[in-house]
Structure formats: C-alpha cells, structure tokens
Design a protein around this ligand. Sequence first.
Ligand SMILES: NC(=O)C1=CN([C@@H]2O[C@H](COP(=O)(O)OP(=O)(O)OC[C@H]3O[C@@H](n4cnc5c(N)ncnc54)[C@H](OP(=O)(O)O)[C@@H]3O)[C@@H](O)[C@H]2O)[C@@H](O)CC1
Ligand SMILES: [K+]
Length: 499
Amino acid sequence: MHLLTTQQMAQADQLTMDSGLSGCDLMQNAAEAVASIIRQLAGADQLIQILCGPGNNGGDGYALGAILVREWRNVEIFAVAAPKDDSDAAWARSKWGKDVRPLSEFRPDGSAIIVDALFGAGLSRPLEGDALEAVERANGSAATIVAVDIPSGIGGNDGKIYGTAIEASDTVTFFRGKPGHWLYPGRGNTGRLHVKQIGIEERVLRTIDSNCRLNGPFLWIGSLPSSENSTHKYERGAALIFSGAALSTGASRLSALAAARAGAGAVTLVAPPDAARVHAAHLTAIMVNEAETREDALERACNGKERAAVIGPGYGVGEPLKKLVLGLLKASNSALKTIVLDADALTSFREDPETLFDAIRAGKKNVVLTPHEGEFSRLFPNLAEGHAKTEKAAEAARRSGAIVLLKGSDTVIAEPDGCIAINPNGTPLLATAGSGDVLAGIIAGLAAQNMPLFLAACAAAWLHAEAARSFGRGLVADDLPDQLPAILESLFDTEERGQ
Ligand SMILES: NC(=O)C1=CN([C@@H]2O[C@H](COP(=O)(O)OP(=O)(O)OC[C@H]3O[C@@H](n4cnc5c(N)ncnc54)[C@H](OP(=O)(O)O)[C@@H]3O)[C@@H](O)[C@H]2O)[C@@H](O)CC1
Ligand SMILES: [K+]
C-alpha cells in the first residue's frame, strides 16, 4: 500500500477536485468516515467533545459535529480560531450552526469521546498556547481520543512530535496513510489506524510520484521463492556466512540457521580453524569450511557456488574485516552476487565510510547494509539528526549505492533509486541480542534463492518481526529461525487460496 506525504495528499485532493468533486464534498465524506468510527466507539448518550483548528482539519470536525447532532448525540465544539471566510471549513462551521466555545474553556470530561480536529496535514509549527494546553488536558484525561487524519502535533511526513501531540486510541485518515502514521513516535500516538475512502479515485496515484510503501506480504509475496521446482540443494540457492573467532561464533551461527530456515538449500559457514571446530560441535545441517587466513576465506567465497553472503556478525571490528569486505566487493567472475553487510562490517568503516561506498559503487555486487541507528550514525554522521527516518535511509542508499535497511521498531528499507518501505509489524520482542544476526541471515537466505534484493530485504524485515510475534514472551534470538517455516507455509497457503 502506498503511503502519501502531506504534499502528495494535497495533490490527490486537488486532482479529485479538478475532476468534479468539490472540497466540501470531500470534507463531508471525511466527516462521514469519522462518524462511522465514532458510532462504533460511543454509547448513544456519551458526550462527544470536538476540538477544531482553523483549517480543513477543523472543517472536518465541524462537519462531523453536524452529522452527530442530527443523530441526537450530545456534542460540544471548542475552537482555537475561526476558519477563514469562504473556506470549506467556514462552510462546515455554518452547517454546524451551534455554539462554538473558545479552546481555552475546554475541560475534558473523562467519560467523553474527544475528537481531535485541531491540525492535520497542514501542521506547520510546534503547538503552543491554547492548543498545547488543550492537547495536554485531553491526554491527561481518561477520555477516549479519536484523531481526524493524524494526531495533532505529529508531523505527517516524519512522525515527529512538534511541541506536544495528541495520544489517540484511534485515528481516521483518508485515502491512504502517511509516513507519520507508521514512523515512531507518531505511530505510538496514532493508535488504531482506520484508512477510509472518501471519493478520491485510485487513478490519481498514477500522477502522484509516490515512492513510499507500507511493507507487507502484498508487496513481495509474488516474488517469495518457493522450493517446489528445485530438486538440488544448490539449485535452491546457497548462502555463505563468514564466522568470527572461536569465542564469538554464535552470531554467525544465528545468521546461518536463519538463511537455511528462510529456504536456502545449502548454507556454509567459513571460519578460522578453531572457530570451525566450535561450529562443528553445534551444527548438523549447516556445512563448515575452515579458512586459515583472510585470503583463504576470500578465495573460498570467490570460488564457491553461493549466490549470497553475510559478513559482519561476530567477526570483530578492524582492518582485517575491512580488507575482506573490500576484497569481496571487488571480486568479479564469482557466483556471489549479493553481500549483506551487518554489524562489525559496518562499524569497521566508521573512519572512512567513503572507501566502502566507492567500492560498492565500483563493484558489481548487490549490497544490503543493515545498520541500527548507532551504526547508521557512524556511517552517515551528517544524516543522523533532524531528517525523517525515511529520508535518512533513502539518502544513505543513494550515497552508498546499497540497499539500506535501517533497523528499529519502525524499520525502513530504501533503495538507491529512492523506493522506500516502512515495516509495520516491528515489536519490542526483537530488542534482544542476536536478533540482527538472524535478520541478516534471512535476507541472504532469500537472496540466495534469487529473490530480487529490495523485496528480499522487505520480506526479511517482515518475516523477522512476525517470527518474534509468533514466539512471544521469553524470546531469544535462537528461537527466531525455527518460527520461519510455519510463517512461510501460511503465506503460501494464503496465496494459493487467493486471499
Ligand atoms: N487531503 C484530503 O484528501 C482531504 C483533507 N481533508 C482535511 O484537511 C486537512 C488539511 O487541511 P489544511 O491544509 O487546511 O491544514 P490543517 O491541518 O487544517 O491546518 C492548517 C491550519 O492550521 C494552522 N496551523 C498549522 N500548525 C499550527 C500550529 N502549530 N499552531 C497554530 N496554528 C497552526 C495553519 O496556519 P498557517 O500555517 O497557515 O499559519 C492553518 O491555518 C487534512 O488533515 C484533513 O483533515 C478533508 O477535509 C478532505 C479531504
Ligand atoms: K488532527
């Protein structure tokens, strides 16, 4: 599903109005959509307190009030300022036609439903004065809060809080969601998101240049590898995982198991001899190859049948890892097409990230970088602050020439050409040691089966979170790979049933 910025939503609005529907029609439809949610949440006698701003978000609030009083509901409206004369919002206020009290007089009734129609797509600065106080009062009350379009104070494009922001239990938005509904902290303030259709036609998306999508199976299920037609393990796809030293083998082992559970037919760990023995004691289905030196490991990678490799987890930050990564990126004429750079492989380039980016751009490999925020700020120090997470990831992908999967509870995946996906099913359960190693392994496992790399990264982020959810409390990273087969199976089942 596309996500639209506030500017793109305004464009959708305008394109719709150009083809005949008026702004007042859209506002009326928007208000009807919010009313349908209020009817589900409110008892017949429950007080509805609507807070209206000066723009069209406020207009939606007045139009909603007019609908609800016709149903004999008990409605109060408080406004921060009157709408401009002759605006759609002024039309809606005239439809309401009853008393409007100043926002400074708003006192929440703990048993009421508060409708937040203060600011939506037009939020242009931090909340202050009466609006700020009203939002704080509403949040401090026991009332249920329903936000119109987006909780007031949340930036529609970046999900950031401007001054303060409404904490809604439900948010009703129109046509498509916005990045700010899905990026934290906005996602936390949004509550349940209801996306309602108000007469904007799908075809406007052909004109609007939207590059941001919500991640989910609908995006990549058609490309998800199925092992049905492969009879040989190498035909199914092989992955190579680079191991660190004997005392830090766990991370690479997690990546290897995840790659195998994601469907790679053959997974090999390449490890220094003492580490190889540790792996051998733990593993059965995963192959282990010894490599005496870094050069041996590189040679093994270049002469193998593996299409995808993971390097970084548990390897150890430093010059040897840098050289190995640069060697892999440079190697031509090998089956290895995809390299997932994670953890130590990212941190090793913190002093000179440009060396890494130059090598990625110069080489012929498809590369995914999987930083968490800390690793990201080491590689892209001037992008770390201020920007929206989507913009940070997109700019990092453009600069590095790699797909960037910026981890977090709202993981963002970006391609160098500007396509972005926001992952919606992240969970705090994933904040556990080794979880990132598993994610890197899933990406490699899917890429080894020839899944297009951006889609593989999107699918991996979603499957990884789904695996955590399906295990639940008490999860440790070791549990994640084992959850994957059942999740993959149910995805294929669903697709076969055409759902
Ligand atoms: N797109 C669609 O499909 C449809 C959209 N619809 C609705 O329209 C909404 C967008 O309407 P909108 O453009 O009028 O913006 P809105 O959010 O009402 O705010 C603008 C006003 O607030 C003011 N203001 C801003 N920040 C402020 C602050 N911190 N503190 C104080 N003031 C502040 C700002 O002042 P200014 O920046 O101009 O000085 C301006 O006066 C959208 O969210 C949806 O609900 C539906 O009706 C129909 C279909
Ligand atoms: K709002």
